[in-house]
Design a protein around this ligand. Structure first.
Ligand code: SF4
Length: 475
C-alpha cells in the first residue's frame, strides 16, 4: 500500500540532551572525548578587561566552533555560522542549546585579532603534547615536507612590480656565476631589470609553482613535520612561498625535539632538502638523513670527477692539477685552477667555460657529508628504501588530507599571521582526529579484553560447576 506523511507543524518538545541526537561515530562526538580546553580561559584572561564591559563569548565555545569548522570542512566563518544554526552536532560540540543565539561570524574574527596567533600555536602544541602523553608519537623518525597554499587573492589583483633594489643586489652579489660548477654557463646580468608579480590585496603572497602544472600562482608555503609512528603532525609553520624549504629543515628538527621531548634519530625528506649544509647539520646532530641527493648539473667534465682533499683544503682535477681555495661565498668556497695548467690540458675544450681560461668550482660547506649521503643513497639499503617509501604516503598523505578534508587547499584569510592560524588549527584538528581514533581503538581493545576475560571466567565457572557436580555425584 502506498504510504503518505502529513507535512504540518511537527512537535518541538522532547526530553533529553541534544547530544543524544548526535551519533557516537560522528567526528565531533569522538573528538569531544579527547579534547581538553580547560586551560584556555586562564591563558586569554589578560586579553579582556576585568569587571567592566559586556561579557564576551566563552573562549572554549569560540575555539570549539572554529575547530568544528576545520573538522567538518566548513572553514569560512559565515558558512560555518549558517551551518551551525541548523547543525545539531556543531551546536552540541560548541555547547549551544537549541534556543540559544549563536555568536555573529564577525565575533570569531575579532577573537582571533584579540588573542593573537601565538595562542593558536599553543592550541596546536597542546594537541601534540596530548598525542605524546597518549604514546602516539614515537619521536624516532621525522618526515619533513613542504606544500604550497594558494593565497586568497584574485588574478586581477596581481601587478608587476619593478624591484629596484634587485639591481643593486645583483651588482653587489658575491655569489659565483652559475657555470662555476662545470656547466660553463654565464652568471646573472647586473644590467637586467628584474620584475616580479605581487598581489595588491595580500602583500605576503609570493608567486610560486608546485612544478606539476608549471603555472606561477600567488601562494604561501607550509612546512610540515610528521612523526612516523601514527602520522601525528608534530611541526607546522607557514612562510612566504619564496622561502626555500631546505633552509627550514634544521629549525624544524630543533622545534620537534623541543616540543616532544624526544631525540630524533632519522629524518626523511625529498630532493629539495638535499643540500650539503643540511647533510652536515644532520650528521652533527648524530642523526641519519634519508634524503635523495639532487642530481649534479650535466656537464662534460662534472664535479664528481674532481677529488676534494679536506685535510689539505685542496681540490684535484681529473688531470691531477690542484685547484687553489679562493673567496668564501654564502654556500661554500671557490676553488680555481691555474690558467697555465689548463692551457696545455687535453680536456680544456670540455672542462673550461667558453670564455674562461681556468676552471672555477664551489665546494659547498659540508661537502664531505654530502658525499657520504650520496654513497649511502647508492647502496639502496632496504631500511632506507622502506623509510622513504613511508615518507611519501605519510607526509604527503597529511598534505592531501589537510587540503581535501580540512579546507587547506586555499587560504581563507589574508596575511601571514592569518594563514598561520589556519594551518595551526588544521594541524590541531588532524591531531585530534588521530587522538580520537586511538581512544576508539583503545576502548575497543579494552572491551574485547573485558569480554574475553568474562568468557574465560564463565568457562572456568562452568568447569568448576562440572567438577563440583562430579564430586557431588561421587559422594
Ligand atoms: S682544464 Fe684545467 S681544471 Fe680542467 S682538467 Fe684540465 S687542467 Fe684540470
Amino acid at each position: 500500500m502506498l504510504g503518505s506523511k502529513p507535512r504540518g507543524q511537527m512537535e518541538m518538545v522532547f526530553a533529553g540532551c541534544i547530544g543524544d541526537f548526535v551519533p557516537q561515530t560522528h567526528i565531533l562526538k569522538r573528538v569531544d572525548k579527547v579534547l581538553d580546553l580547560s586551560w584556555l580561559a586562564g591563558e586569554v584572561a589578560g586579553c579582556y578587561s576585568q569587571g567592566t564591559g559586556r561579557p564576551g563569548i566563552d573562549p572554549e565555545a569560540a575555539v570549539r566552533l572554529m575547530l568544528a569548522g576545520f573538522l567538518c570542512n566548513i572553514v569560512h566563518d559565515r558558512r560555518l555560522m549558517r551551518e551551525a544554526q541548523v547543525n545539531l552536532a556543531i551546536r552540541w560540540f560548541a555547547g549551544f542549546g537549541l534556543n540559544e543565539a549563536l555568536p555573529d561570524h564577525s565575533s570569531l574574527t575579532r577573537i582571533r585579532q584579540r588573542w593573537g596567533s601565538a595562542l593558536f600555536k599553543r592550541i596546536f602544541e597542546r594537541s601534540v603534547e596530548a598525542c605524546v602523553v597518549a604514546n602516539l608519537v614515537g619521536g624516532d623518525m621525522l618526515h619533513v615536507d613542504a606544500t604550497l597554499i594558494r593565497a586568497d587573492v584574485s588574478w586581477s589583483s596581481l601587478a608587476v612590480e619593478h624591484v629596484e633594489a634587485v639591481n643593486k643586489v645583483n651588482e653587489d652579489d658575491t655569489s659565483p656565476p652559475r657555470g662555476s660548477d662545470g656547466s660553463g654557463q654565464s652568471g646573472t646580468n647586473p644590467a637586467k631589470t628584474k620584475k616580479v608579480k605581487r598581489s595588491r590585496t595580500d602583500n605576503d603572497a609570493r608567486m610560486a609553482t608546485n612544478k606539476y602544472n608549471q603555472r606561477l600562482e600567488p601562494c604561501f608555503k607550509q612546512h610540515t613535520g610528521v612523526d612516523a609512528k601514527f602520522e601525528v603532525q608534530v611541526d607546522v609553520c607557514v612562510e612566504r612561498a619564496d622561502v626555500h624549504e631546505g633552509a627550514m629543515l634544521v629549525t624544524q628538527v630543533e622545534r620537534v625535539e623541543q616540543l616532544t621531548g624526544k631525540k630524533l634519530s632519522v629524518v626523511t625528506a625529498d630532493k629539495g632538502y638535499a643540500s650539503a649544509a643540511n647533510f652536515a647539520a644532520i650528521e652533527a646532530r648524530g642523526m641519519t638523513g634519508i634524503i635523495p641527493p639532487a642530481r649534479t648539473r650535466p656537464a662534460k667534465v662534472p664535479l664528481s670527477r674532481f677529488r676534494f682533499d679536506q685535510l689539505n683544503d685542496l681540490l684535484r682535477c681529473p688531470r691531477g692539477h690542484h685547484l687553489r681555495p679562493g673567496s668564501q661565498t654564502i654556500r661554500g668556497r671557490f676553488y680555481r685552477s691555474k690558467a697555465k695548467d689548463c692551457k696545455r690540458c687535453s680536456l680544456a675544450r670540455d672542462c673550461l667555460p667558453k670564455t674562461g681560461k681556468s676552471r672555477a668550482i664551489i665546494i659547498q660547506d659540508g661537502h664531505g657529508a654530502l658525499l657520504r649521503a650520496r654513497r649511502r643513497y647508492l647502496k639502496k639499503l632496504p631500511a632506507d628504501r622502506a623509510a622513504y617509501h613511508s615518507h611519501r604516503f605519510r607526509v604527503e598523505g597529511i598534505h592531501g588530507e589537510a587540503k581535501t578534508c580540512h579546507g587547506l587547499n586555499r587560504a581563507i584569510r589574508r596575511g601571514l599571521d592569518n594563514i598561520a592560524i589556519q594551518t595551526w588549527l588544521t594541524a590541531a584538528a588532524i591531531n585530534l582526529k588521530r587522538l580520537a581514533k586511538a581512544a576508539f581503538w583503545l576502548h575497543l581493545a579494552l572491551w574485547h579484553q573485558f569480554t574475553r576475560q568474562n568468557r574465560i571466567a564463565i568457562n572456568l565457572l562452568g568447569h568448576f560447576d562440572q567438577c563440583g557436580s562430579g564430586r557431588l555425584k561421587k559422594a
